[in-house]
Design a protein around this ligand. Structure first.
Ligand SMILES: Cc1ncc(COP(=O)(O)O)c(C=O)c1O
Length: 382
């Protein structure tokens, strides 16, 4: 069942994980005008904002081309299908279990079998040595997941992929604007797939997604597949799907794209504040960013003992924490058929009961960060 209350306006004295109301109010007039203009033109499917956003987002990603689609899961699915071809279930795609199920729904949806590898305990991202060990003659691609706003070491991923002839489809759903050695998602891999789910760093007012690639022909094929395989209105090169980004979402995203760099800077500043306020607290493990990475802090994830109790204490005091993720994918009922067991990925399983995402959103004030930090410090005390 969908979660109708995934986002709601926080009460006066609450600090929620993200505050989309504050984000709307920060540029209300621009948003209202952009949406009104789109509605006035009846640009509901396709249209000017849709075309312009595809170009602007591609430029912001580093120059190349973008296919706009209905959500991040479809972005991954369609990219995998166009890069690898529709699979028959026998080929394998290597990824991590510490991610959202959209990553693996896409792999299965494209006709491949997800193969999980464990994470680096510091960054909580894919351990590349373990990915290397998982490659066999059935392996077709790697899907590195740039989780929490931090990119996976892409130089190492690309070395492995080129040595073993694998495609690289980056899951950048949580990493708009992140860099690895100064390069954004999609600069090295075959394609980078984004989600514009409302709470993302670049979030729409509903679902949305995009594939960025340096290969213009690939972007065109994905766009076509996402739009019923259309060549034009009544001619279909293939049977595709209906997975389009709405015109209104494109209008909203065009406004947000003007501010995303500023917002990512604000998220970074908030992360510095948390670090300053929480450093030295032995019971609170702070997130680790690799020296080659610049995180955009989609989430600020600390690790604590008795996480569920700490999280509840914080909720009781009006602080909305999140858990990303309480049950890793290899232990989900949906993947019982893959044959994994508890104990298969010790690092992933060690963090699942410890991770706690603290509120972080660009409009967050210093006093709010201080209150979250203070409440966390009190809540971890026995
Ligand atoms: C890491 C990751 N991958 C994939 C997805 C799927 O994106 P969407 O919800 O837009 O389908 C999400 C977003 O929720 C995500 O966080």
């Amino acid at each position: 069942m969908p979660n109708p209350k995934a986002f709601h306006k926080p009460e006066e004295d609450q600090i929620s994980l993200v505050d989309l109301q504050a984000n709307y109010l920060s540029h209300k007039q621009e948003f209202d005008e952009a949406v009104a203009a789109c509605v006035n033109k009846s640009d509901f499917i396709g249209g000017e904002d849709h075309a312009a956003f595809a170009v602007e987002f591609a430029n912001w990603c580093g120059g190349g081309a973008v296919a706009l689609v209905g959500n991040g899961t479809d972005a991954l699915t369609l990219a995998l299908i166009e890069v690898l071809g529709q699979g028959d279930g026998s080929g394998e795609v290597i990824t991590v279990s510490n991610t959202f199920i959209g990553t693996t729904e896409a792999i299965t949806g494209a006709g491949y079998r997800p193969v999980f590898v464990d994470i680096d305990p510091d960054t909580c991202l894919m351990n590349i040595d373990l990915a290397r060990a998982a490659v066999n003659e059935r392996s077709r691609a790697i899907v590195p997941v740039h989780l929490y706003g931090q990119m996976v070491p892409m130089d190492q991923v690309m070395d492995l992929a080129s040595m073993r002839g694998l495609a690289v489809i980056e899951d950048a759903a949580q990493a708009h604007g992140a860099t690895w050695q100064g390069k954004k998602p999609g600069a090295l891999g075959d394609a980078a797939c984004f989600s514009f789910y409302p709470g993302k760093n670049l979030g729409a007012w509903g679902d949305g997604g995009a594939v960025f690639t340096r290969d213009k022909d690939l972007a065109m094929r994905i766009s076509m597949r996402a739009n019923h395989g259309r060549l034009d209105k009544y001619h279909h090169a293939l049977e595709g799907v209906n997975s389009r980004l709405d015109g209104i979402q494109a209008a909203v995203l065009r406004v947000k794209l003007r501010y995303i760099d500023e917002w990512n800077r604000a998220r970074r500043e908030i992360s510095f504040w948390y670090k300053e306020l929480l450093t030295g607290q032995d019971d609170i493990q702070l997130p680790v960013t690799a020296t080659d990475a610049e995180s955009v802090y989609h989430l600020y994830v600390v690790q604590v003992e008795n996480r569920d109790i700490v999280c509840k204490k914080m909720h009781d005091k009006g602080i909305g924490g999140g858990i990303h993720y309480p049950v890793p994918l290899h232990l989900q009922s949906a993947y019982a058929g893959l044959g994994y067991r508890s104990g298969d990925f010790p690092q992933t399983e060690a963090v699942m009961s410890r991770v706690l995402s603290l509120p972080v959103f660009p409009e967050m004030r210093r006093d709010q960060v201080e209150r979250v930090a203070r409440t966390l410090i009190e809540s971890v005390k026995k």
